[in-house]
Design a protein around this ligand. Sequence first.
Ligand SMILES: Nc1nc2c(ncn2[C@@H]2O[C@H](COP(=O)(O)OP(=O)(O)OP(=O)(O)O)[C@@H](O)[C@H]2O)c(=O)[nH]1
Ligand SMILES: [Mg+2]
Length: 320
Amino acid sequence: MGNSKRRDIKQLASAVISGDRTSVGQSLTLVESTNPSDREDVGQLLESLSEHTGDSLRIGVTGIPGAGKSTLINVLGKQLVEDGYKVAVLAVDPSSSKSGGSILGDKTRMEDIANLSEVFIRPSPTDGASGGITRASRESIAVLEAAGYDIVFLETVGSGQSELKAADVVDILVLVAIPGAGDELQGIKRGIMELVDMVLVNKVDINPEAKVKAAVNDFVAALHLLHTKDPVVLPVSATTGTGIKEVVEVFTSQKAELENTTSKRTEQKVKSLGELIERTLLEEKLNSPESQKLLKKLEGKIAAGELTPTEAAQKFFEKS
Ligand SMILES: Nc1nc2c(ncn2[C@@H]2O[C@H](COP(=O)(O)OP(=O)(O)OP(=O)(O)O)[C@@H](O)[C@H]2O)c(=O)[nH]1
Ligand SMILES: [Mg+2]
C-alpha cells in the first residue's frame, strides 16, 4: 500500500498507545483478520507498537465448559482494578459453532467489569486453525499491552489444542476445575496438566468441604508428579469471593517478579519467529494461483473417490 495508508497505520498506533478504546478495537480487528492482504498493515502496526509491548502479566484461564472461568475472571478482574491495574480479557473460542452462545455468555458473566474504563473485553472467535490462535492471541496481546493494559486474561475453552497453544503465549496457566467424586482429572486433556501453574477448585460454596479437600489433594498430588516446583492449588468461589484475595496476591507478586526478569518473554519472542516463518511459508504455498488450481483439482478427485486425502496431499507436495 502507498504512503497515505502507512501514515494511517502510524496514527492508529499512536491512538492505541494513548489508550483510545476505539483504536484498540480497530487494531484487534486488524490483527484477527485472516485476509493475507492485511498482513502488511499488521506488520507495520506491530512495529509501531513494539516499544510499548511486552510488559503485561498474561494469564491463561482454561477448564471444562461451565467450570466458572468467565465468572472468576470477572471477580479477579474487579479486585485487580481496585488494586490499580488495567485489565484486558481475550476470550478465545476456536469452535465457530459454539462461539455465538459462549461469547454472549462470557459478556454477561463479566458484567461487573464489562463497563469499567480500566477494562477491555474482547471475544475473539478464531477460524479454528491452531496456528491462527497463537498468532492472533500474541498479536492481540501486543496491541493491549501497548494500550497500557497491565494484566491480560486469555480465556480458552477446554478443547485440547487451543489450551496447548494458549500456554505458549501466557506467563501463568490457570486451570479452573470443580470438585467431583474422585474423578477430578476427568475431562482434562492429556498434556494440559504438565503446563498448568495453578489450579483453582471453584464452586466451593455449593460443594461439601470434604469433597473440596479431596479435589485439592488430588490436584496437588497430580501436579507433584509432573512438576518439581510447588504446585498452587486453591479452593475458591467466584460467587461468594472465597479465596479470591489469595489468587490476586499470587498474580500481583508474579507481576512484580516479571518486571524484574525478561527470560520468559525472550523465550516467547524466539518461539514467535518460528511461527511467523511457518505461517508465511504456508500462506505463500497455499495462496499462489497454481496451488489454488491444483487444490481444486485434487479436491475434485477426492470427491470422485479417485484419491484418498493422504494421496492427494502427497500429490500436492510433489507438484507444487
Ligand atoms: N455456585 C457457584 N456457581 C458458579 C461459580 N462460578 C461460576 N458459577 C456458575 O457456573 C456457571 C458457568 O460459569 P461460567 O463462568 O460461564 O463458566 P465458563 O467456564 O466460563 O464456561 P464456558 O465459557 O462456557 O466454557 C454460571 O451459571 C455461573 O454463575 C461459583 O463459584 N459458585
Ligand atoms: Mg466462559
